[in-house]
Each structure stands twice: as structure tokens, then as C-alpha cells.
Write a protein that binds this ligand. Structure first.
Ligand code: ADP
Ligand code: MG
Ligand code: MG
Length: 873
């Protein structure tokens, strides 16, 4: 088996065998770029070495010596020959880039003789000894595991003793003294010696690089990035070029485009008279690459041409290492450059416009998770490094916010009106808190999961939110909260990171996410590829407008209960709920209908001819009831009854298991007038908009929590009768539909029967998950962590669809539903509608559209296109 390939050798191997660095060095050599000569030992050799129990490298020795001889012939230098010493670097290079995780040795081939030879030959003893001390330092670190910092400490001590600040200010004598000291460090640490035999240096370095595949930081990195641990690393042996030589010498790193913004043009840094990693090590402050243009104009132009050529060849932004030796430019590495989300979109768009790649390639290179950071502010990454972390909760809604904490919605509102930036901190939120939530920079709750009230409402508003903070306890009465042992009073300043769920003490600098033109263009390309549409869950005119701005094709879920949150509405709602006879309820309902008419009209106007799915009242009624005594008294006055009577009626509504209680369509079975009011408000406003705007409006009326075919049939008949009577009176027609959410497991199992009277299905995956697992979505925050840590669940099923369980029920429902009605429209309107892997699954099941909160629409559009392109490949 051939284990060694010269860079210049004609071969067709890839990163798998040659490692990323080696494959690109070979590629660049073949392109005729100025790459120092060298060869690559394959990953197969590493695997063989490591599986041999690291016994020896014998199987490689002959080949290695042959490869060295060939390199000696090419470079007209010999390893260990003081007259013409060949110096090489021994560089690791894994198949998948693991920056800085493994080891490299530079200047190998120097010993007490060759260093003198190099000094004589270059007429530069200082340079020769600088290389030698670097070799002894790196070799000690890489081969003998002597900590870098021990060498650095000696270097610093020497500089201090000599009262100089820069390495380059040390004299030749200083360097020789340093080399002596370094050699004693070998003895102290390992009773070892720096080998004077250059072949020993080479074999030991190669073996050390092989072994570095198994060092702890490389292992951790592989685990974090899910990189196959059996691949092994390649080793590159390459002739040294010297940026620390003299005259026009230096070394640098550069990107072909700005990795932060994506702007075209060289971006990078360099240092004159420096070697290897001096630029990134922060020993001296490097110069921006633009300065090179003034300092060494010819080299700069040469480098620019070379960078351009590499980018065209690899069809992507490149991250390059270069070295200049005595006015001669060399390129030492190139790879696909890492970049910020903003840069990723800009670069993808520019590369398509420049004709380097096609749209499909551009789409596949992007990641849905990149988008959230573009739509919401983020904290300054520098500031985050030192920020004092208080605690971590579930990242319910992305964003970054700093503000003063308040523990009840009213106080938050007052502070907001006084001009303060506020953060609402609660045990959990309820509809009563809505006014405080609207004015908050961020919402934090100690309880609740990713689909709790706070999470859902915050996501809808695009407001930063962290929920389920187990280490937070809120004392509303004392106006203080315990943040993981730290007691904070009302008005204290905290910073909330909705991207990570982390909460910090004090203010942090932030960067505003700006939605960029590149994103919109690329998302339009996505829509052309995706077979599954993306709709939005939205209810306020602001959310609806945002949803359409972000490209939603329709509204998959308009939750009507959220429309009763405002103080005036909540009051009417309470009157309606607590009325104990039909006539009183109808008076309150009539007032609510007026308000609903305006709500729906605003939505239909914004939606134009796009479909709007409006869900009728869903939550248990007691959620709307007043808890504070003052509110109860006000209500008693309005209803002209005693406070005691109000208390009695409220108590009568309390349920033991409200989530499984009197809610959803069950409300309509007992109080048909509520849904009748709602459908009339929907149809009347749709009709008004239809006349005004001159196009058809097609409302989709959706019944929540249907579990039996008879329930569906009964309500469908009632509501159809109500609507048709009204339309007949008006002598008008409207193309409305009445369908159902599929969110009770039983509904999935009898979907064929339900489909008889349902015009469409929409999976409510939040409730369906809750009822399939029997996990309360408002309490899962307490134990989901333990479930994930112990690998009982790989992810939160409220965020990522549980394909095995919930997914199986969905498959049954779709198959049965379409058995009855082959053309049945089927959507998904739970929170998982915005999750990329869930989208792929839904598409495979034959779902027509997914619907998610407005701020997730853009990433869902990208995910949908990627699913399609990947399955097409
Ligand atoms: P890493 O993967 O950690 O970047 P590298 O193998 O790229 O490690 O090498 C570390 C540093 O040494 C880089 O700055 C690189 O440019 C430099 N270097 C590597 N080989 C040579 C060489 N033959 N001549 C000069 N500099 C080199
Ligand atoms: Mg490198
Ligand atoms: Mg539901």
C-alpha cells in the first residue's frame, strides 16, 4: 500500500486520504502556485499506526526515507547536512478541518551542527538560532508534552532580565543562552534530550502528529462537531520557507472576502520578520493586509491574483496562510473560510452573481440556524466572554436584551412609561400579563417549557425570551428574585440572551441584527425549489404584517383567544364567562363580536387573497378569570352582583386538570353561542373585505381539540347552518371551509371518520405531543434536562418533532384522512413547524404546508428548499 504522496505527484486522492491541508497543498501545487515542496503521509498510515497500539512506525520507515531523498533532490538540500541543510515542517492535517486542535513542528532538521551551517549560509546567525530555539520549543511541546507555557515563561524571564519587550530585540548571545535553558527543561520534565539525530527528529515528530489525533482537545472537538473518530490525521512534511529571514520577509493569514460582513476584497493580517503562528499568537500586533500594498506593492498584487485564482478554483471564500521569504511569496495553506451568518448570505449571493456557483449550490451551503441571528439582535461576542453569568434557562425566543427587572406586568408598564427599558421576570405568564409583556425588552420565567404561554407569545412578538429557569425563584410580594443564589431587587439590571438561554448580571453591549437584502433574494430562490409551503402562526396585525414581510404564503394558525388579552376585552370576556344565563352571555358576546369583526377585518385586509386559518376559542375559560381582588370587585360591579357571588362563580370554573378539561371544541358543545359568534364575525368581516378589495377572501375556520367524528359532525352542522343563514339573508356567497386541528391522539386513529365532515386538517403538534407523551408542556422545563442528560430523549419533543411516536400518529392520520378525501389539505401548525429536521419529516409524510411563528418563517423557507434539493440529488 502506498502511504506517501509527493505534493506534485499525479493522483486523485481526496481529503479522506490526504487530509484537508494535504489535499489542498497538492491541488495548489498542481495549479502551479508557489507552494514549498513536500509530501503527505496518508490517514491510512495514521490508522495503522494507532491500531498497532502505537508500537512503532517501522512499516513506514523505508517509504519515509525514500520520500525524504526525493525532497532532497527537488530542493537541492539534505536533511542533516551542515553545508546545505534541509529544514522541514511536520504538519498535521485531518480530513475535516479541526483548526488548532492538533500539532505542527517547524524548522525540523536543525541541530548543533546544521544551525551553524544555516548561519554561515545565510550570513545571519541570529536568524539561524531563532529558528533553532523555536524548533526546540515546539518539539518539546509536541513530542515530549512539555507545556508551551514553560518555554514561554523562560522566554519572558529572559526578555525581562535583558529589559527588552520584543523577541526580535534579543541578541544572538541571548538566543544561545535560551537554547541552553530550553534543553535543561527537557531533562527536568522527562529526563529526555532534544535529539541531535535529524532522522530521529523526523520519526518522532511524525509519530507525535499521529498521536495528536487522540489528544483530549481533539477528542472533545470531534465530539462537539460529530466528526468520525476513526479517520485519523494525515501528516505533511514540507520544506521550510522563512518569514523570519531578513529584508522582505514575513508571514500572514488572509481571507478572500471579509468573513464578518462578506464584503469582497482581501481581508487579513501579516507581520514582517515573523514565523508560523506569530500572527495569531498575539506576541506582536500584526498589520492589516491593506498596509502590505504600501509596504510591498509587487508582493501584494501577486498575492491578490493568487487569492483570486484560489477562490475561483474552489468556488468559495478561502482562508489562506502565506509567507514571504526575501521578497519571494509562498502559499502554505488554503481552506474554505469560516464566516458569520451575515457574511454567509452576502457571499452566497455574490458568488452566484459573479457566476461562480448556481442558486442551488448557494442554498445548500447556508444553514437555517444562521437566520435567527440576522433577524434579532445579539450580544457583542467580546462582551459575552467576560460577562457574569447568573443562570441558564431554555432559549425560548431569540434576541439580546438588557433592562431593569420587574416582577409584575403593571409595574413593568409603569416603568416603561417612565422611559425605562424593562425585563419582565415571572414564575410564569398568563393572558393577564400581556400589557407588561408587550412593553418588555425580554421576558424571563422560572417555569414552563418551549411551548408555554410566555414562549409562544414572545416568539410571536419577536421578543427575546428565556423560560424554565430552574435556578430562578421569584418573590413577587417582596419584589425580589433569587437568581441562582444572587438576590436581585426590582429595578436591578440584567442581560438576557434569547439565543442561548443565558442570563447575565448587568448591561452588555449588543449588535443589532439587520435583515439584509441578500437574505431576501436567497429566500425567494428557496421558494422556487420548495414543494412544501411555509405559512405563519400570527394574530395581531403587527405579527401578520411581519409574517407576510418574511414571506409566509398564508396564515396557518390565527389564535383567537389572544385577541381577548387587552384590558377592555378581557373584561368583556370575563363578563361573558361568568354570566350565568344565556341572555347575559349573549349581551357580552355581542360586544365581543364587534371587537372580533375589527380584528378579523384587519387580518383579511393584510392577507388579501392568501389563505387565513382562524382557530376558534381554545383554552379553558378559567384562564381568563381575575385573580386579584380588585379585579373581582370591578367585575362584580359591572355584573351587578356581590363580590361573594363572583368568587363563587369563579370557584365553580376551576378545574383539576384544565389542559384536559373544558376547553377547545368542548366549550362549543356546551356553549354553542360562543363559536357561533366567532364564525359570524369571521364571515361578516371576510365579506366586507371581499367587497372592498374586489377579490375572493377564503377563510378557513378551524375547530380545536376534536377527538371524535360525532363532535366534528355536530359542530360542523351547527356552524354551517349559522353561516349559511346569514349569507342567505345577505344574498352573498363566500368560499369558506370548516376543518379541524388534529391534536388529540384519538383524532389520528379515527381520522378517516373525522375527514367525512372536515374540509381540512392541521396538526397541532404542541397538544398532540403533550397528549402522546403525557408531558405537560408547561411543566416539562423541570425535567427535560434530566431526560436529555441521561439520553432518554435526544431532544425536547416540543421543539423537534418526535418522529417515532407523534410522527407515527401523524402518518396514520394522513393516510386515513386521505383515504376518505384524497385531496384533503393537511398542514402543521405547532412550534415544530419551524424546526428544520421536523420540516424534512413533514414533507416526507406528504404535508402540504408547515406554519410557524413569523420570525421563524425565513429559516423554515430555507430548510424546506434544502430538503427538496437534498432529496433530488
Ligand atoms: P495549523 O493547522 O494549526 O494552522 P499548520 O500546519 O498550518 O498548523 O502550521 C502552523 C504555522 O506554521 C502556520 O502559520 C503555517 O503557515 C506555518 N508553517 C507550516 N509549514 C511551514 C513551512 N513549510 N514554512 C513556513 N511556515 C510554515
Ligand atoms: Mg494552518
Ligand atoms: Mg392546542
Amino acid at each position: 500500500m502506498q502511504y506517501i504522496y509527493a505534493f506534485a505527484e499525479d493522483q486523485t486522492l481526496t481529503n479522506t486520504e490526504l487530509g484537508g491541508k494535504g489535499a489542498n497543498l497538492a491541488e495548489m501545487t498542481r495549479l502551479g502556485l508557489p507552494v514549498p515542496a513536500g509530501f503527505t503521509i496518508t490517514t491510512a498510515a495514521c490508522q495503522r499506526y494507532l491500531t498497532n497500539g502505537q508500537a512503532e512506525c517501522d512499516f513506514l520507515k523505508d517509504d519515509l526515507m525514500k520520500a525524504v531523498q526525493q525532497l532532497e533532490a527537488t530542493t537541492h538540500r539534505q536533511l542533516g547536512n551542515p553545508e546545505q541543510p534541509l529544514l522541514v515542517s511536520v504538519r498535521s492535517g485531518a480530513p475535516i478541518s479541526m483548526p488548532g486542535m492538533m500539532d505542527t513542528v517547524l524548522n525540523l532538521g536543525l541541530n548543533d551542527q546544521t544551525v551553524e551551517g544555516l548561519a554561515k549560509q545565510t550570513h545571519n546567525p541570529w536568524f539561524a538560532y531563532d529558528c533553532y530555539r523555536r524548533l526546540i520549543q515546539m518539539f518539546g511541546d509536541v513530542v515530549y508534552g512539555i507545556d508551551k507555557s514553560i518555554f514561554e515563561a523562560e522566554l519572558t524571564a529572559l526578555k525581562r532580565a535583558k529589559q527588552v519587550t520584543s523577541d526580535t530585540d534579543l541578541t544572538l548571545a541571548d538566543l544561545k543562552q535560551l537554547i541552553q535553558t530550553y534543553q535543561t527543561l527537557y531533562q527536568n520534565t522527562d529526563d529526555a534530550q532534544f535529539p541531535q539525530s535529524v532522522t530521529a527528529q523526523l520519526t518522532l515528530a511524525v509519530e507525535a502528529v499521529f498521536k495528536s489525533w487522540l489528544n483530549p482537545r481533539a477528542k472533545t472537538y470531534r465530539r462537539l462537531h460529530e466528526i468520525d473518530a476513526t479517520m485519523g490525521t494525515a501528516v505533511n512534511i514540507q520544506q521550510m520557507v522563512f518569514g523570519n529571514y531578513q529584508g522582505q520577509s514575513g508571514t500572514g493569514v488572509a481571507f478572500t472576502r471579509n468573513p464578518a460582513t462578506g464584503e469582497p476584497g482581501l481581508f487579513g493580517e501579516y507581520l514582517l520578520n515573523a514565523q508560523g503562528e506569530d500572527v495569531v499568537a498575539g506576541i506582536r500586533t500584526p498589520e492589516p493586509i491593506a498596509t502590505l500594498k504600501a509596504q510591498l506593492p509587487t508582493i501584494y498584487e501577486q498575492f491578490k491574483t493568487l487569492a483570486n485564482q484560489l477562490e475561483r478554483h474552489y468556488q468559495d471564500m478561502q482562508d489562506m496562510e502565506f509567507t514571504i521569504e526575501a521578497g519571494q511569496l509562498y502559499v502554505l495553506q488554503t481552506r474554505i473560510g469560516k464566516r458569520t451568518p451575515q457574511a454567509a448570505f452576502k457571499i452566497a449571493l455574490d458568488l452566484v452573481n459573479e457566476g461562480l456557483i448556481n442558486r442551488q449550490t448557494a442554498i445548500l451551503r447556508l444553514k437555517p440556524a444562521m437566520i435567527e441571528g440576522l433577524l434579532h439582535p445579539v450580544f457583542d461576542p467580546q462582551a459575552l466572554k467576560q460577562a457574569p453569568l447568573l443562570l441558564t434557562g431554555l432559549p425560548a425566543s431569540p434576541g439580546a436584551a438588557t433592562g431593569a427587572i420587574y416582577f409584575d406586568a403593571q409595574q413593568a408598564q409603569v416603568a416603561h412609561e417612565a422611559g425605562e427599558k424593562v425585563i419582565l421576570v415571572r414564575q410564569e405568564t398568563s393572558p393577564e400579563d400581556i400589557d407588561g409583556m408587550v412593553v418588555s425588552q425580554a421576558i424571563v420565567t422560572s417555569r414552563g417549557g418551549m411551548t408555554s404561554h410566555a414562549a409562544v407569545v414572545a416568539r410571536g412578538m419577536g421578543c427575546c425570551c428565556v423560560v424554565g429557569c430552574a435556578q430562578l425563584s421569584v418573590d413577587t410580594d417582596q419584589k425580589q428574585a433569587d437568581f441562582n443564589g444572587q438576590l436581585l431587587k426590582e429595578g436591578a439590571i440584567i442581560s438576557v440572551d434569547g439565543h442561548t438561554g443565558r442570563i447575565y448580571l448587568g448591561a452588555l453591549g449588543q449588535q443589532t441584527g439587520k435583515q439584509q437584502a441578500a437574505l431576501n433574494t436567497i429566500l425567494d430562490w428557496c421558494d422556487a425549489e420548495a414543494p412544501i409551503d411555509v405559512w405563519a402562526n400570527a394574530e395581531t396585525p403587527k405579527e401578520v404584517a411581519t409574517a407576510f414581510e418574511f414571506g409566509a404564503k398564508g396564515l396557518g394558525l390565527v389564535r383567537t383567544e389572544h385577541m381577548f388579552f387587552g384590558p377592555e376585552r378581557l373584561f368583556k370576556m370575563r363578563e361573558m364567562i361568568l354570566a350565568d344565563q344565556l341572555s347575559d352571555r349573549q349581551i357580552a358576546l355581542a360586544a365581543l363580536k364587534e371587537l372580533q369583526l375589527a380584528d378579523f377585518k384587519a387580518i383579511f385586509e393584510l392577507a388579501q387573497d392568501r389563505p387565513c386559518t382562524i382557530r376558534l376559542l381554545d383554552p379553558p375559560l378559567h384562564e381568563f378569570l381575575p385573580q386579584a381582588t380588585a379585579d373581582q370587585v370591578a367585575l362584580a360591579t359591572a355584573l351587578q352582583i356581590s363580590p361573594a357571588e363572583i368568587k363563587r362563580r369563579i370557584a365553580a370554573k376551576i378545574e383539576v386538570n384544565p389542559m384536559l378539561g373544558h376547553r377547545g371544541s368542548r366549550l362549543a358543545v356546551t356553549y354553542p353561542e360562543i363559536y357561533q359568534m366567532q364564525v359570524l364575525a369571521i364571515i361578516e368581516s371576510a365579506l366586507a373585505v371581499q367587497v372592498e378589495q374586489g377579490h375572493a377572501v377564503a377563510p378557513k375556520i378551524m375547530l380545536p381539540l376534536i377527538g371524535t367524528a360525532a363532535e366534528m359532525q355536530l359542530l360542523k352542522q351547527q356552524l354551517t347552518a349559522t353561516i349559511d343563514t346569514f349569507l342567505a339573508q345577505q344574498a352573498q356567497t363566500i368560499a369558506y371551509q370548516i376543518g379541524t386541528m388534529i391534536e388529540v391522539p384519538r383524532a389520528c386513529l379515527v381520522a378517516d371518520q373525522i375527514a367525512d365532515s372536515a374540509d381540512f386538517f392541521s396538526f397541532g403538534t404542541n397538544d398532540l405531543t403533550q397528549m402522546t407523551f403525557g408531558f405537560s408542556r408547561d411543566d416539562i422545563g423541570h425535567f427535560i434536562g434530566a431526560y436529555q442528560e441521561q439520553a432518554i430523549l435526544s431532544s425536547d419533543p416540543f421543539q423537534t418533532l418526535d418522529q417515532d411516536g407523534v410522527g407515527a400518529l401523524m402518518r396514520i392520520a394522513i393516510q386515513k384522512g386521505r383515504q376518505t378525501k384524497p385531496e384533503l389539505s393537511i398542514g402543521v401548525c405547532g412550534e415544530v413547524g419551524g424546526d428544520p429536521s421536523s420540516i424534512a419529516f413533514c414533507q416526507a409524510l406528504g404535508v402540504d404546508y408547515v406554519s410557524c411563528s413569523p420570525y421563524r418563517v425565513p429559516s423554515a423557507r430555507l430548510a424546506a428548499a434544502q430538503v427538496a434539493l437534498q432529496t433530488r440529488v
